[in-house]
Design a protein around this ligand. Structure first.
Ligand code: PLP
Length: 387
C-alpha cells in the first residue's frame, strides 16, 4: 500500500546525510568528550563542530549554543532556569496560551510554587499582540515566552516586536523555535531574543537532542547538576551522536531551507486548494499568510476526529489532529481553544505537516483519500444532512 507521511511537525525522518555523519560516532568514535586523551578529543571536536553548525543556522556565536536532551528540556530550562535565577526581580511570568506543553507546563509548575503568570490573548489566527505584551509587563516581570511558530496551526508570532518590548523594559525574552527552525529565516540578532529553543528530531536529526541558545551575558540557572559539561550549565555526558546529527542537520538546512520552503509551500497550497474545492464545510485554521510553509490545519465539520485519522491511516495517510503531545488526550488542544474554533468545527481537527520530500503526487493521493473518507464518515453521521 502507498504510504504518505504528512506529520512532520510530530517528527521528521532523519536525513540520510545526517545518518551518514552520525554513524562513526556510533562506532569507532566512542570516546567521552571530557577526556583529554585522543579518544576523548576526537569526540570533543565533533561537539565543537556541531556547536558551530547550530550557531550558523540561527546567527548565534557558538559559545551561545548549549546542547540538551530535547526541545522539551530546552523549554523547561529556559523558563524555570531563568525564573529561578532572577527571583530577586519578582515573581511574574508572561506567556502565550498557544505554547507547546513543554512551556505551558513549566509555567504552570512555577505557578504552583508561588509564581504568577499572565496568559496573553491571541486573535482568531493565534497571533499575539505585542502591545498586549507591553501592557502586561510589570515591574516584577522576569520572563516573556512566546513561540516563533505554532506547531499546530503554523502561525508565525511577531517575536521580534515582542522582544523589542522586552528589551525596552529589561525583561528576558524566550522563544520556542522548534516548529520554525529549518522552515523560515531565524536570526537571533534580528529577533532580539535572549533565549531560543530548537529540537533535533523536528529538523531531520535524531530524537533525544535539542539546543538552547542563551545570549551572551544572559544569566540562567542550570537545571541538571553534576559534571562541568556545557561549560558547567548542563551536566551529563553529552549525547555525541545526537549532537553531531543535530549539527549536520543545521548545516544542511542553513543552505537548503529556502528551496525546501518553496517546495513545501507549493505542495501545501496545492493541498489547501484541493481541500477547499473538494470538501464542503471545512474551516482552515491559522494565519492565512503569517505561517510556516509546511503546515496546514483544518477543522472538518460532521465527522469525528479519531475515526477520520484512523480511516486515513488505513489508506496509508499519516496525519495528526494537532500536537503529538496532546494526542491521546480528550478535548480540544489549548491552541484550538485559544483561537476559539466554533462548536460545529471542534470535533475534527486535522493537521497536515509536509516535509521537503513530500511530492505533488503525495498531495493528490491524500486529497483522493480524504475526500472519499470524509464522504463515507459523513454518510453515517447523525448531524450531516445530505443535500
Ligand atoms: C516537538 C516540540 C517541542 C518538544 O521537542 P522534543 O524534542 O520533542 O521534546 C517543543 N516545542 C515545539 C513547538 C514542538 O513542536
Amino acid at each position: 500500500m502507498r504510504r504518505v507521511y504528512l506529520d512532520h511537525n510530530s517528527t521528521t525522518p532523519v536525513d540520510p546525510r545526517v545518518a551518514e555523519a552520525v554513524r562513526p560516532y556510533l562506532a569507532e568514535l566512542f570516546g567521552n568528550p571530557s577526556n583529554l586523551h585522543s579518544f576523548g578529543r576526537e569526540c570533543a571536536e565533533g561537539l565543537a563542530g556541531a556547536r558551530e553548525q547550530v550557531a550558523g543556522l540561527i546567527g548565534a556565536e557558538p559559545g551561545e549554543v548549549y546542547f540538551t536532551g530535547s526541545g522539551s528540556e530546552s523549554d523547561n530550562w529556559a523558563v524555570i532556569g531563568t525564573v529561578l535565577r532572577h527571583q530577586d526581580r519578582g515573581r511574574h511570568i508572561i506567556a502565550s496560551p498557544v505554547e507547546h506543553g513543554a512551556v505551558l507546563e513549566s509555567v504552570r509548575y512555577l505557578c504552583r510554587r508561588g509564581f504568577e503568570a499572565t496568559w496573553l490573548r491571541v486573535d482568531e489566527h493565534g497571533l499575539v499582540d505585542p502591545d498586549e505584551v507591553r501592557r502586561a509587563i510589570r515591574p516584577d516581570t522576569i520572563l516573556v515566552t512566546v513561540m516563533l511558530a505554532n506547531n499546530e496551526i503554523g502561525t508565525l508570532e511577531p517575536v521580534a516586536e515582542i522582544a523589542a518590548v522586552c528589551r525596552e523594559r529589561g525583561v528576558i525574552c524566550h522563544t520556542d523555535a522548534v516548529a520554525a527552525a529549518g522552515k523560515t529565516e531565524i536570526n537571533v540578532a534580528a529577533l532580539g531574543v535572549d533565549l531560543l529553543t530548537i529540537s533535533g528530531h523536528k529538523l531531520h536529526a535524531p530524537k533525544g537532542v535539542g539546543a538552547l541558545y542563551i545570549r551572551d551575558r544572559v544569566e540562567i540557572d542550570p537545571l541538571i547538576h553534576g559534571g562541568h559539561q556545557e561549560r558547567g550549565m548542563r551536566a551529563g555526558t553529552e549525547n555525541v551522536p545526537g549532537i553531531v546529527g543535530l549539527g549536520k542537520a543545521c548545516e544542511l538546512l542553513a543552505r537548503e531551507w529556502p528551496d525546501n520552503a518553496k517546495r513545501m509551500r507549493a505542495n501545501r497550497d496545492r493541498l489547501e486548494a484541493g481541500i477547499l474545492a473538494r470538501i464542503p464545510e471545512v474551516r482552515r485554521n491559522g494565519h492565512p499568510e503569517r505561517r510556516i510553509p509546511n503546515t496546514s490545519h483544518f477543522s472538518i465539520a460532521h465527522v469525528e476526529g479519531e475515526a477520520l485519522l484512523l480511516s486515513l491511516d488505513l489508506e496509508g495517510v499519516a496525519l495528526a489532529s494537532g500536537s503529538a503531545c496532546s494526542a491521546g488526550t480528550t478535548g480540544a488542544s489549548p491552541t484550538l481553544e485559544a483561537i476559539g474554533v466554533p462548536p460545529l468545527y471542534r470535533n475534527s481537527p486535522l493537521r497536515f505537516s509536509l516535509g521537503p520530500e513530500t511530492t505533488a503526487d503525495d498531495v493528490d493521493y491524500t486529497l483522493d483519500v480524504l475526500e472519499a473518507v470524509v464522504k463515507r464518515l459523513r454518510d453515517i453521521s447523525p448531524t450531516w444532512r445530505r443535500a
